[in-house]
Design a protein around this ligand. Structure first.
Ligand SMILES: [Zn+2]
Length: 312
């Protein structure tokens, strides 16, 4: 991945630190995060900070994921965990960023407008720079599939990074929607990054009563009324914003592989839990993938050609 950013095959970080602040969707508290540049091979690291004190640090990889009921959480204890990382991770992954230290003042990411667009903007404002170390990719070698009731998801070999996400809601407004495409920074930006999180009014009310989702509002969620209309006055950003957001979530969840994958990820009626379980299933089968340093067949062939030319 990161094939479109002109930094082909090399790891990246950001040029300078950049801060964002806003409301945490679950706590309702004000939170601030700062993206800092980081060295090659350090990965994406989240650091929870209180005052000057670092209380926890997690590399954004699937083994560090705790709960995935409402959002994706790093860590296993509320005192130290970092929640709602998926929209940030989607932006980081789609832009081809390999190394970043994210300083978090609070227990979760700011929800911003409920999409990945504000994170993309912040990263693009500071700029992306290449590091002198090659990037590694996870190339899918054979199908890995998981099922849960009517839901399923699978990885299959594919020369690129492709997502095919389908949802089927028992709501005439959403119904059955599918998004399919190869993810590049520009495809992600134009087709997925602005899609907002969504929910049904009845669920929002139930969540509020349970003291959850305290920061959710029409400024950061598409809310669907009991009579199946969008309550938000501005309407939808894309006609099929719902499946686009589910795809954005899947991009963010699979970013927890710790390296870009080369393959196709399909899911039907999935969610954070299913994405996390699919990734676990892939990672637990070492015959299903290999770690490579070049992203595409063409690059691999090109590399072989260079080797052939250089051969004595
Ligand atoms: Zn989401």
């Amino acid at each position: 991945m990161g094939l479109g950013i002109g930094l082909l095959g090399f790891q990246t970080t950001i040029a300078n630190s950049v801060t964002l602040s806003g409301t945490g969707v679950h706590s309702g508290a004000e939170v601030a995060i700062t993206f800092h540049p980081a060295e090659a091979d350090s990965g994406i690291v989240f650091q929870r900070v209180v005052g000057e004190q670092t209380v926890s640090e997690f590399r954004a990889v699937s083994s560090q994921v705790g709960n995935t009921d409402l959002c994706t959480i790093l860590g296993f204890s509320p005192a130290t965990s970092i929640a709602t990382i998926e929209h940030v991770m989607a932006a980081i992954y789609a832009l081809g960023l390999d190394n970043l230290l994210i300083e978090v003042h609070g227990a979760e990411m700011p929800i911003m407008d409920g999409s990945s667009a504000p994170f993309i903007d912040a990263i693009e404002q500071t700029g992306i720079k290449a590091l002198a170390v090659k990037r590694r990719y996870i190339r899918i070698l054979k199908p890995v599939r998981i099922e849960s009731g009517a839901s399923w998801s699978e990885f299959t070999p594919y020369d690129g990074m492709r997502f095919e996400v389908e949802i089927d809601f028992d709501s005439p407004l959403i119904g059955r929607q599918a998004w399919k495409g190869d993810i590049t920074p520009s495809v992600f930006k134009t087709e997925l990054s602005r899609a907002r999180t969504f929910g049904f009014m009845r669920d929002v009310e139930r969540m509020w009563a349970a003291g959850r989702g305290l920061g959710s509002s029409l400024e950061n969620s598409v809310v669907i009324s009991d009579d199946n209309t969008v309550i938000n006055i501005e309407g939808l950003r894309y006609k099929d914003e719902f499946v686009r957001h589910k795809t954005l979530d899947a991009v963010g969840d699979l970013a927890l592989a710790g390296a870009p994958f080369i393959g196709c990820y399909r899911s039907y009626r999935g969610g954070h839990k299913m994405n996390a379980n699919a990734l676990k299933a892939l990672m637990s089968d070492p015959t299903a993938y290999e770690i490579v340093e070049t992203a595409t067949q063409r690059q691999r062939v090109a590399k072989r050609e260079v080797l052939a030319v250089n051969a004595p």
